[in-house]
Design a protein around this ligand. Structure first.
Ligand SMILES: Nc1nc2c([nH]c(=O)n2[C@@H]2O[C@H](COP(=O)(O)OP(=O)(O)OP(=O)(O)O)[C@@H](O)[C@H]2O)c(=O)[nH]1
Length: 137
């Protein structure tokens, strides 16, 4: 049943893709919600930002890489009801970026083939995204 007190949270996420068709996932650090789970880099869309601008900012903050809005292609989205909020999360694909991703805010990073993503525990919102990446890559 719908809970009218739950807020809708808009989060932008990115599947960074390398030349071999692998996708970058990042492990959430200890002390955060969903610690230890593997996620797509990204974060909350701040006031005044477009979802694409959020990703350009988050990829720089979280991974130390540079990309551009024009390098982000929308793929699909996740819609999931967590206990305390409803998540709406567009997923973009990015194949063009500058620099080597480093785990600046995560516990670890891993390049994974899409058909192996299910081997890594991810937040519940993410599971429906995996078939789209398998189809694309
Ligand atoms: N970046 C990202 N967030 C995800 C994914 N799946 C998913 O459910 N989320 C949820 O979307 C929200 C993203 O927020 P965030 O990363 O900006 O913030 P956070 O929880 O780390 O907390 P913060 O406010 O301290 O930055 C979290 O609640 C996270 O659990 C995903 O694949 N990538």
């Amino acid at each position: 049943m719908s809970d009218k007190t739950k807020k809708l949270l808009l989060v932008s996420a990115c599947a960074l893709v390398d030349a071999d068709g692998r996708v970058l996932i990042a492990q959430r650090p200890e002390g955060k919600q969903l610690a230890g789970l593997w996620e797509f880099p990204g974060g909350k869309v701040e006031a005044g930002e477009t979802p694409e601008e959020t990703l350009v900012r988050e990829l720089a903050e979280e991974l130390g890489i540079e990309t551009k809005v024009a390098c982000l292609a929308p793929l699909t989205f996740a819609s999931h009801s967590y206990d305390d909020f409803n998540l709406l999360m567009p997923l973009y694909v990015c194949r063009r970026y500058w620099g080597i991703p480093q785990a600046k805010e995560h516990a670890a990073l891993k390049w994974v083939r899409p058909n192996k993503l299910r081997d890594y525990p991810m937040p519940p919102a993410d599971a429906p995204l995996i078939p789209f990446l398998i189809d694309l890559l």
